[in-house]
Every structure is written in structure tokens, then in C-alpha cells.
Design a binder for this molecule. Structure first.
Ligand SMILES: C[S@@+](CC[C@H](N)C(=O)[O-])C[C@H]1O[C@@H](n2cnc3c(N)ncnc32)[C@H](O)[C@@H]1O
Length: 267
């Protein structure tokens, strides 16, 4: 069913350009109906009744741009997603950890609702590794969920039962069907807002950067820029892990593929 929003070609092009410039997400013509439904949602919330007035409001308000970007991003995530790569990375770090115990620095650069950084954290703790983890996303609403650390139980269905018992609390009564990440897990993670396109890389360097399942929404030139930016954020020999559906082929970059670690490259 098409939405009642009227969006002419000029407005569509302007809006998709704004989204592209702001967060790198490429909205092509096939996404017209989706874009209209996002506009309709924001019009309801802002109580603006005409599309052209809403678009004027959007262009003039940085905070509305943030809210709009929040509605167009795809935040789907779950615990222990594509976990073979994470297991292999943790194995690799354990091998580096002989002699003096190292404090590893990790960065989840599009962490969504927190499922990914918590999954990494519990597995680092299981291996007794010392670390700190920066978890960032462009969307403030997903970061709020991440910091709260409460999820419906279907999100943790891939978590092995002993790990679930050690690091999560099961909700009872009116919280039945939900789990909470234990507080002591949360202290290893700093959640912060970070836009991969417009923000400068953090000043500290990382042993591992995860940037998974976000670059699929970017076009090739944008992905190439992001990949080269994240290269700068790694220590020499640092690991860069991308999503299984993503690739660095046909791109200009200095990473070497990591043999034995799925979807991973080495600086
Ligand atoms: C599909 S989720 C991936 C979550 C997690 N990495 C995983 O693999 O399960 C993509 C996330 O990328 C974020 N995102 C989109 N554009 C971004 C940008 N320019 N900078 C930072 N995060 C962005 C979205 O807000 C969303 O939370």
C-alpha cells in the first residue's frame, strides 16, 4: 500500500542527498515508499501536517535531522551474531596474552542496541582477558537501549546456557520474557555517539575494530572512506572485522586479509 505522502522527484533527491551526506546511507529510488513512510512517521511525531512544511523544518533543524536519520537506519542485531569471527579474534588475542597481561582496546563502531559489544565482552571475560571496549553508533535511541541492557529473551537464543547464567539475569513477574545484562559487565563498555562519516576517529588506538553489518548500506566510495578511516584507528597488527555479507574487494586500502579469522583484515 502506498502512503499518503506526496514526494516529488526534486524533494526525493534532496532528501536522499541529505541522508547520504549525513550518514552515508544510500537511499535509491526503489526505497521511495520506505522513505515516505519515515516522513509520515516524523510528521505525526512533530505534528506537522504538510510534507513541504516538514521538509523545510527538517532542512533547518539539526536535531530533526538526527531524529530523521534515526528512523532510516536499520538497527537489527542479536547476541552472538556471526560469532565464529568473534571467537577466532578472541583466540588470537589470547595467544598474544602470554607473559605480562595486556589490556586490550576494542571498538565496536556500529554497535546498534548493544548486542554485539555485550557478546564480545562476555566472551573476553570467559577467557580472563583484560580489556576496555568503546561501543559507538550514530543513533541515540539504540545507544539508550544499549546502556539499559534489557532485552527480550529471543535476542539471546544463540548464547550458550552457561554464559547466559553467568552474565545475565532473567526477568520475573512483569519482566517475564526479558533478560538484563549484569551491571558488572556494563562497566567494561563505554557507549558513545559516533558518526562513521562525519566524526574524526578517537585519539586512542585500538587492537580490534569491529564494523559489522553497516557498510552494506553504504555505496563503494563511502565504504572505502570508512575503511581507510578505521585503518587509522588501529595499532600496527590490529584486527578489523566486518560483516559476513561485506567485502573489501575492489577497494583501495592497506589491510591484509587475516588467514584463519573469518571476515577479518590485519593492519
Ligand atoms: C544493522 S546494525 C548492525 C549492528 C551490529 N554491528 C551487528 O552486526 O549486529 C547497523 C547499525 O549501524 C548504524 N549506523 C548507520 N549509519 C551509521 C553511521 N554513519 N555511523 C555510525 N553508525 C551508523 C545504525 O544506527 C545501526 O545501529
Amino acid at each position: 500500500m502506498s502512503s499518503p505522502i506526496d514526494l516529488n522527484n526534486k524533494d526525493f533527491n534532496e532528501l536522499s542527498q541529505l541522508v547520504y551526506n549525513e550518514c552515508g546511507i544510500n537511499i535509491h529510488k526503489g526505497k521511495l515508499e520506505l522513505l515516505k513512510s519515515k516522513i509520515a512517521k516524523r510528521m505525526r511525531i512533530t505534528k506537522i501536517s504538510s510534507t513541504s512544511l516538514y521538509l523545510q523544518h527538517l532542512k533547518k533543524n539539526k536535531s530533526e535531522i538526527t531524529e530523521f536519520i534515526d528512523t532510516v537506519t536499520t538497527n537489527h542485531s542479536f547476541f552472538f551474531r556471526e560469532n565464529r569471527g568473534i571467537e577466532a579474534i578472541i583466540e588470537h588475542l589470547s595467544k598474544q596474552n602470554t607473559g605480562t597481561s595486556k589490556n586490550f582496546k576494542l571498538w565496536c563502531a556500529a554497535c546498534s542496541t548493544g548486542d554485539e559489544p555485550y557478546s564480545v565482552t562476555v566472551q573476553m571475560l570467559e577467557r580472563d582477558l583484560s580489556f576496555s571496549l568503546l561501543a559507538t553508533d550514530i543513533s541515540h535511541s539504540v545507544l539508550k537501549t544499549a546502556a539499559r541492557g534489557i532485552y527480550s529473551v529471543d535476542r539471546v537464543r544463540n548464547v550458550p546456557t552457561p554464559v547466559l547464567h553467568r552474565y545475565f539475569q532473567k526477568g520475573t513477574g512483569k519482566s517475564e520474557g526479558f533478560i538484563r545484562v549484569r551491571k558488572e559487565i556494563q562497566r567494561h563498555i563505554a557507549f558513545k555517539k559516533f558518526n562513521l562519516i562525519t566524526d574524526p576517529i578517537p585519539t586512542q588506538s585500538f587492537d580490534v575494530v569491529l564494523c559489522r553489518n553497516v557498510m552494506i548500506y553504504f555505496d563503494n566510495p563511502t565504504t572505502e572512506k570508512v575503511v581507510n578511516k578505521l585503518y587509522q584507528a588501529l595499532v600496527p597488527g590490529g584486527l578489523f572485522i566486518i560483516g559476513q555479507a561485506e567485502s573489501l574487494l575492489n577497494m583501495d586500502h592497506k589491510f591484509k586479509p587475516a588467514t584463519n579469522i573469518p571476515s577479518t583484515h590485519i593492519k
